[in-house]
Design a protein around this ligand. Structure first.
Ligand code: ADP
Ligand code: ADP
Length: 218
């Protein structure tokens, strides 16, 4: 079944820029899909519309199952500088009204899953770029989202850190099987991570190709 269905979705910004035009797309529940395309092709706009962060100009987005819990990972980790890694990860739980002891327990568990137990009481400025991105992923996953949206999350990182984080993300997805939509302009990353690569090119927000990626032998 589809986790989300887009029908005739367009986006025209107030300045007249047509960023996405008449787009139809189904994303299967539990799948890992990449949106691949050059800068400016409308990937980010599309993802933000799915997240409800940007209104559609035309068309509709349908959630055939229950409305999912969403997690969003931005290119810039956008952590609270005055809060420790642990408190940053626990923040969505705090906003949801969870009791302190329980949210700290879950945040610790999540930090352990991204390999950052040691950094729990460090502040963002004390962490490397890769570590900050791990905190950001932990924060997005701590609410156990059904749908994780990632907007070029690793673009600012060096290649080795990036490759490690690709593997960590795959491990988390294999363990939790949330639906993942990963926006990237890296052909390598899209093919390495996902089961399906949707290529955007050839005009504003147009789908150019839709490629199943066979699972590699493990
Ligand atoms: P991508 O994520 O593929 O780089 P974007 O969705 O960011 O593409 O941008 C698609 C197009 O929309 C680009 O031409 C970009 O300049 C334009 N755009 C993005 N955000 C805005 C905005 N807030 N106002 C006006 N134009 C925008
Ligand atoms: P990654 O981002 O994959 O963790 P890095 O090259 O950024 O890799 O860092 C390698 C390791 O060095 C980190 O896992 C961490 O243990 C340590 N490290 C890097 N930067 C810092 C820092 N600013 N403070 C404390 N430890 C750090």
């Amino acid at each position: 079944p589809a986790a989300v269905r887009l029908r005739g979705v367009s986006k025209r910004y107030a300045n007249g820029t047509l960023a996405v035009e008449g787009l139809d797309l189904d994303i299967a529940a539990g799948s890992f899909v990449s949106l691949l395309g050059p800068s400016g092709c409308g990937k980010s706009t599309l993802l933000r519309m799915v997240a409800g962060l940007a209104p559609l100009s035309t068309g509709r987005i349908e959630w055939p199952g229950a409305t999912p819990r969403l997690g969003f990972v931005f290119q810039e980790p956008t952590l609270m500088p005055w809060q420790t890694a642990l408190d940053n990860v626990a923040l969505p739980l705090k906003l949801a009204g969870m009791a302190q002891a329980e949210r700290q327990r879950r945040a610790r568990e999540m930090l352990a899953l991204v390999g950052l137990s040691e950094a729990a009481s460090s502040y963002p400025r004390e962490l490397s770029g890769g570590m900050r991105m791990r905190v950001s992923i932990a924060r997005a996953l701590v609410t156990q989202p059904d749908l994780l949206l990632l907007d070029e999350p690793f673009a600012a990182l060096d290649e080795i850190t990036r490759f490690r984080l690709n593997n960590d993300l795959l491990r988390l997805w294999e363990a939790h099987r949330f639906t993942a939509v990963f926006v990237t302009h890296s052909v390598f990353e899209s093919v390495y991570l996902s089961e399906r690569v949707v290529v955007m090119a050839g005009g504003p927000g147009r789908l150019h190709a839709d490629l199943p990626i066979p699972a590699p032998p493990r």
